[in-house]
Design a protein around this ligand. Structure first.
Ligand SMILES: [Fe+2]
Length: 203
């Protein structure tokens, strides 16, 4: 599995404010737990050409997302979605949250673990239960560490059994790049909401 690439100060303030302006002037649609806006427009792609860590020729999917509750652990891999880039844009009224990228991955199409509920997702199939109840690779077969659970305490500790990984600060200016097969989740949020741009590379 390739390492996570966390690049600080990859995105200039002017690129961030331009992207926020584009988001604010777009019509958004609401999915079950987050607001999404397509970023797959010539306008956005043109702005992204000014970001050194983004290869606009590899982009398969690009959308803005804003949400106020932590997102479930999930993977994003699909036939034409091989790698994720998360670009934090704005954190509303509170401390920056973290994106937890786990060391474990799933050799299958994207899945979202909803723990107990039977939420259905149109793209990433929602499945009940915990990641460790499924065929994830490199499970630690141990409880999550105390250090990592500090970020994930919005769910009971045993929900995260078998997982290890690192927290990456959701800080505007930085980018987080990782294999789409890797499990990832939002940390406990101490802010009202966060806005980011998510990009997926096709190869
Ligand atoms: Fe994701």
């Amino acid at each position: 599995m390739s390492p996570v690439i966390y690049t600080k100060n990859a995105v200039s303030d002017s690129v961030i404010s331009t992207l926020i302006e584009i988001y604010n002037s777009s019509k958004d649609y609401q999915t079950k737990s987050m607001k999404k806006v397509s970023g797959q427009t010539d306008e956005v792609l043109e702005v992204l050409k000014g970001v050194s860590t983004i290869d606009t020729n590899r982009i398969q999917i690009c959308h803005f997302y804003k949400h106020s509750t932590p997102y479930y652990p999930h993977t994003d891999y699909h036939f034409l979605e091989k790698e994720n880039i998360v670009m934090p844009l704005q954190v509303f009224n509170g401390a920056n949250p973290y994106l937890i990228v786990f060391d474990q991955w799933l050799d299958d199409d994207g899945k979202t673990w909803t723990f107990e509920s039977n939420t259905t997702f149109s793209h990433n199939t929602g499945i009940s239960g915990r990641p460790c109840d499924h065929n994830i690779k490199k499970s630690t077969n141990k409880e999550i560490t105390k250090a990592l659970y500090r970020y994930l305490s919005h769910y009971p500790k045993d929900y995260w059994f078998g997982l290890s990984g690192d927290p990456y600060e959701f800080k505007p200016g930085n980018t987080i790049q990782f294999d789409s097969k890797r499990l990832h989740a939002t940390s406990r949020m101490h802010c009202e909401a966060k806005l980011g741009l998510t990009i997926r590379y096709k190869r």
